[in-house]
Design a binder for this molecule. Structure first.
Ligand code: TRP
Ligand code: SF4
Length: 336
């Protein structure tokens, strides 16, 4: 079977957390062996909501690059690059915006959710929602189509964007009588939903995350804060792992079957206290990240990371330049 071209992007939100690792990074690392992969850091996407304060953006890009590489994404296997280094993506965004109906963008449910989250009341949303944010699914489409990506590993919330991507690709091909663009498909992988230590979704902004680069000590401190079955207060109280919304959920992710059975028995039989139980959990989590954290330690030199990205940017541009030549040709534009 010929290798398919696969693309995915991640926003540079600073150091990534273990939810990113389990949901995205380990999947990317696996996929690089099966497909021709393009992975990029979506810094322009960050600007669609965080355009006012960009003071930490460059630092955040480097942090994410380090997390990606230490999590097993191999710049020799996959093309790892930065979105804003690829001017063709911006050009394609402009050109595709011409053929994209306004109501296609406005009906995008994920965008509607983002708008809702940005502001509770409609008036405020009007102020927060910029033209750039509205164009975000078209920008994502340009990321994908600029490298002629066929497969796009994404979370469920991004599937609607991909429908729009296919609509735009089809419409472009139809209008300009070409078959340049593929109709990219989402690659949905079932990934565990990882709760933050307070039980809400794990997220940097909620300050409830465990970071890939957290030390073993910090990891343990955070795990000890995880909420447990509220009925189990003392060691001698019997608990129920099914009511232990955070700590046991993490056990289910990080422990093997035998350990899970042991935890259930000890918890229900009041044989262990939550502190001991969570200490053991923190060891399991720490063990899972030992190698990644070790690798991360070796990536201290920012200059080296920038060089790796520079090579990736050049590799990606070879492809995107070619795509844009074809796009201009199809549209009867000139490549000046
Ligand atoms: N929109 C994605 C996110 O917010 C990131 C992203 C940008 C992306 N462009 C993409 C993902 C293209 C897949 C393909 O997480
Ligand atoms: Fe959760 Fe373990 Fe406490 Fe049971 S003993 S409630 S599984 S932390």
């Amino acid at each position: 079977m010929p290798k398919k071209r696969l693309l995915s992007g991640i926003r540079p939100t600073g150091s990534l957390h273990i939810g990113h690792y389990l949901g995205v990074l380990n999947n990317w690392a696996k996929l690089q062996n099966e497909h021709e992969c393009f992975y990029f850091i979506a810094d322009w996407h960050t600007l669609t909501t965080k355009y006012k304060d960009t003071s930490e953006l460059q630092e955040d890009i480097l942090e994410v690059a380090k997390d990606l590489i230490s999590s097993g994404i191999d710049p020799n296997k996959a093309t790892l690059y930065v979105q804003s280094a690829i001017p063709e993506v911006a050009e394609l965004h402009l050109l595709l915006s011409m053929v994209t109906y306004q109501n296609w963008v406005e009906r995008d449910p994920t965008l509607k959710d983002m708008v809702r989250l940005l502001a509770e009341d409609a008036e405020k949303a009007k102020e927060e929602v910029t033209y750039g944010l509205l164009g975000y699914p078209v920008l994502m489409t340009s990321d994908i189509l600029s490298v002629l990506g066929e497969l796009v590993p994404v979370g469920r919330d991004q599937v609607a964007h991909l429908e729009l991507t296919r609509d735009i690709a089809r419409r472009f091909n139809y209008i300009y009588k070409t078959n340049l663009f593929p109709e990219p498909k989402p690659l949905l992988t079932e990934t565990p939903s990882v709760p933050g230590i307070d039980g809400r979704k794990m997220s940097k902004s909620l300050n409830n995350d465990i970071k890939i680069i957290d030390s073993e000590k910090v990891t343990k401190e955070k795990v000890l804060k995880m909420i447990t079955d509220p009925k189990k207060i003392k060691r001698s109280d019997a608990g129920n792992p099914d009511d232990c919304q955070v700590a046991y959920k993490h056990y289910e992710i990080f422990a093997d079957k035998k350990t899970l059975e042991l935890v259930r028995e000890e918890c229900k039989g009041a044989k262990i206290g939550c502190v001991d139980c969570k200490t053991r959990l923190s060891e399991l989590i720490n063990n899972s990240f030992t190698n990644i954290r070790k690798k991360r330690e070796t990536l201290k030199n920012d200059k080296e990371i920038l060089e790796i990205l520079d090579i990736g940017n050049k590799k990606a541009r070879q492809v995107t330049k070619h795509t844009l030549e074809k796009v201009r040709e199809a549209m009867k534009l000139k490549s000046w």
